[in-house]
Write a protein that binds this ligand. Structure first.
Ligand code: NOJ
Length: 746
């Protein structure tokens, strides 16, 4: 009733102020602003500090629980948001405390790390990115949002959009890979899928873009390590992806743990205020990562917690995740005038606006629907779609002698390896509320598909990590007695994700020994890889006829992989991160610089060239790479004209023909090289891609329109524009195998 009165008053104010020509959206914005200002007026400083403080719930074997002191904080209006709390009854009770037992009845936000699905787990984001299918990724996020909201959540700490060029860093599994152009499209698709048509719907969640900024470039690939790079690299490669997510409407942004050139993100005023708010016009709120304000002390920029709180709030942080720094320090900082109350009001306003946009002031229990909780979780349709995504995320890395798909003549299969039947590992890291017992392993997927028509015998062979379990002899005997061997190898799910950096990214434990022994039997073998990062596996690549990269495929992993192994789905995934030949090459990525002494391809070890004494420069598998069971032929590039002006565009096209024996999908990629720039330019940059379906024998013309804006870059003075001059275009099946053609901007 009270809320209705306020709304009515607002409407009167608004209609007096503006003519009836006023846009509907503007009217509702006005109503929102009046409502929020009215609320801020009524708040004590203590209540405001509560709104900018976020605390975690716990999760035990019996379900969710909240520490008593945090419950007390909610009751006192000292905690405005909660994370890690879900399931309807639990959320409802916490929300009830907030809206019924606090003076101002302000509802809570409920946040959670829904990184690749909530209950129905999709492949890890790096796997999803391998589909290069932004519609598919958007739909996966839509499903994640439906399930998350059905269990009480209204805010997710997704998308993670950190560009990453170093596979030693475990968190590469969470992002879209190494490329800015592709990463930006994926980032926007994720935000759209999560936030849907309107944040006020009961099945959409507020997104949180993270980790702002450049968290994906820690020195030596070590998690949380310092980031130091040129301003140009930051603007050119790292920042555009966050901007794409912000432009897509993301409601919140999370600061990163790292420093950039000496300034930790959580106290970086240039980053959070000048760039994000003033230049990019971001109007949502900024939350820290876990305890990051307190971490300003070991970073060495704050002398104590009060100093850390002062630096971060004045830099532009709006909400403190789990640090208690705002809760414990802000009142005193305001009293001593180190922080203005206006700064606090700004932070509170942004958070209240988010709550308003989610519709929580209208109905704080709108995400607490028991019926939805039972009906909209893991539906057969969601699982079916997850199976499709799992299959489409697979990347066929090698397929000599058409080893795959498994021939219909095969009657006896040996499935060998520590990842053959591991439900838990299918989830991958950051698997939110995913349940291992609901996952389909590869063994189960094969059984589901073959329904007894093929005899499948399995042996674990060894453990993933240690050498304490050795069944290699048994595996070899088994392999000798079958028609076909599938080796399920890789990392366990905890070997990537947060705090999971590795210096050795080859196959761990006894797995390589197992592979060598089994392959020596001479039986047809396909390796199915499970891992959260590019691996350095040159030896495996040398001896294995077929390798299928499957990442961690989620709930339906086993079914999706079986679809690919038996040819019901023709693999179409392409790598979005380079697979190095060895760790010493890292960072190795496709859009590198030519240098003044480029390697001589005809004499790669020529002295005084940019090369290694003991390794080629080229990686094991390049960016954009992935095979199909069919083959595609590319015609030469055709141009509608050879040159174009600054206000003009050019169309470059190729005819792609499916020359193989199966229908299939191909991801046609366009790269560009600026031959002479004001600063050095990369040897190539992705500027477009199209995923096409081709029936066998079919030819499709794929055309890309290129305008000068697509060729713009940061000059020495950091102005962003395109130059006249020559550009090389590359169109092809991956970043290395392309057709080339020169064009000129006049
Ligand atoms: C730390 C991680 O860096 C971040 O990605 C995550 O959202 C928070 N913890 C909350 O779990």
């Amino acid at each position: 009733m009270k809320r209705l009165t306020i709304i009515l008053l607002c409407m009167i104010v608004v209609s007096l102020q503006y003519s009836c020509k006023l846009e509907k959206e503007t009217t509702s914005d006005q109503m929102m602003n009046v409502f929020v200002e009215d609320l801020i007026q009524k708040m004590t400083l203590e209540e405001k500090i509560g709104q900018i403080s976020l605390f975690t719930s716990d999760w035990s074997t019996t379900g969710p629980s909240m520490r008593n002191d945090y419950i007390d904080l909610i009751k006192q209006g000292k905690a405005g948001s909660v994370f890690n709390a879900f399931t309807v009854d639990f959320v409802k009770e916490l929300q009830r405390i907030a809206v019924e037992e606090t003076r101002l009845h302000i509802p809570l936000l409920f946040g959670y790390d829904v990184i690749h699905g909530h209950r129905t787990i999709f492949p890890i984001p790096l796997g999803q990115a391998s589909t290069w299918d932004t519609t598919m990724i958007e739909k996966a996020e839509r499903i994640a949002a439906i399930e998350a909201t059905a269990e009480g959540l209204n805010w997710v700490f997704t998308p993670m959009v950190d560009i990453a060029r170093d596979p030693r860093w475990g968190r590469v599994m969470e992002g879209g890979g190494e490329d800015t152009f592709l990463g930006s499209q994926i980032a926007a698709a994720r935000v759209k899928g999560l936030q849907g048509a309107s944040l006020s719907d009961n099945n959409t969640v507020m997104a949180c873009v993270k980790h702002f900024a450049a968290y994906g470039a820690p020195q030596a690939g070590r998690d949380y390590h310092a980031v130091d790079m040129s301003e140009r690299s930051l603007f050119e490669w790292y920042l555009p992806v966050y901007k794409a997510a912000v432009d897509a409407g993301a409601g919140s942004v999370m600061t990163s743990f790292n420093e950039i050139a000496g300034v930790p993100s959580t106290s970086n005023k240039w980053l959070l205020t000048e760039l994000l708010r003033e230049q990019w016009k971001f109007d949502g709120f900024v939350v820290t990562d876990y305890n990051s304000i307190n971490e300003l002390i070991p970073h060495g920029v704050a002398s104590d917690q009060a100093h850390a709180a002062e630096l971060s709030i004045n830099a532009g942080v709006d909400m403190d995740m789990q640090g208690s720094a705002f809760l414990d320090q802000i009142a005193e900082l305001v009293k001593s005038k180190k922080v203005s109350e206006e700064t606090i009001n700004n932070a509170v306003r942004r958070i209240l606006i988010a709550k308003y946009k989610l519709g929580l002031f209208d109905d704080p229990y709108k995400y607490c629907d028991k019926k939805r909780e039972t009906e909209e979780i893991m539906t057969p349709e969601f699982r079916e779609f997850a199976r499709e995504v799992a299959a489409k995320s697979c990347v066929l890395l090698k397929n000599e002698n058409k080893t795959l798909p498994v021939s219909a003549n095969v009657k006896k299969i040996a499935l060998i390896g520590p990842l053959a039947d591991s439900k838990e590992d299918m989830l991958g890291f950051w698997s939110a509320a995913g349940q291992a017992d609901k996952c389909v392993t590869l063994l189960e997927g094969l059984k589901n598909k073959l329904k007894g028509s093929v005899n499948i015998i399995t042996v674990k062979g060894c453990n993933v990590l240690d050498d304490g379990f050795d069944e290699i002899g048994k595996a070899v005997s088994l392999a000798r007695n079958v028609d076909f061997v599938i080796l399920a190898l890789g990392e366990n799910r905890m070997m990537s994700g947060e705090a999971a950096s590795r210096t050795n990214i080859s196959l761990p434990g006894l797995q390589m020994k197992l592979a060598e022994a089994v392959i020596k039997t001479g039986k047809p073998v396909a390796v199915v890889l499970f891992n959260g990062r590019p691996l350095a596996i040159p030896e495996l690549n040398k001896i294995t006829p077929a390798i299928l990269e499957t990442w961690f495929g989620g709930t339906e992993a086993g079914n999706g992989i079986a679809d690919v192994l038996f040819g019901d789905v023709n693999p179409s995934g392409k790598l979005t991160m380079t697979f190095p030949l060895n760790v010493g090459q890292i960072p190795v990525f496709y859009n590198t610089k030519n240098t003044g002494r480029p390697i001589n391809p005809d004499n790669p070890h020529e002295k005084y060239k940019s090369n290694y004494l003991d390794s080629p420069n080229t990686p094991l598998y390049p960016f954009g790479y992935g095979l199909s069971y069919t083959s595609f032929n590319y015609s030469d590039i055709k141009l509608n004209k050879e040159s174009f002006g600054m206000n003009d565009r050019i169309i470059a096209s190729v005819d792609v023909t499916n020359t193989g024996v199966m229908d299939g999908e191909e991801i046609v990629q366009l790269y560009v090289r600026d031959m002479v720039g004001d600063v050095t330019r990369p040897v190539k940059e992705l500027k477009g891609f199209k995923k096409i379906h081709l029936n066998k024998g079919e030819t499709v013309t794929v055309a890309f329109t290129i305008s000068p804006e697509d060729l713009a870059y940061y000059h020495q003075n950091m102005s962003f524009s395109a130059d006249t001059g020559d550009f090389e275009l590359f169109i092809g099946t991956n970043s290395e195998e392309t057709k080339n053609k020169m064009v000129t901007i006049k």
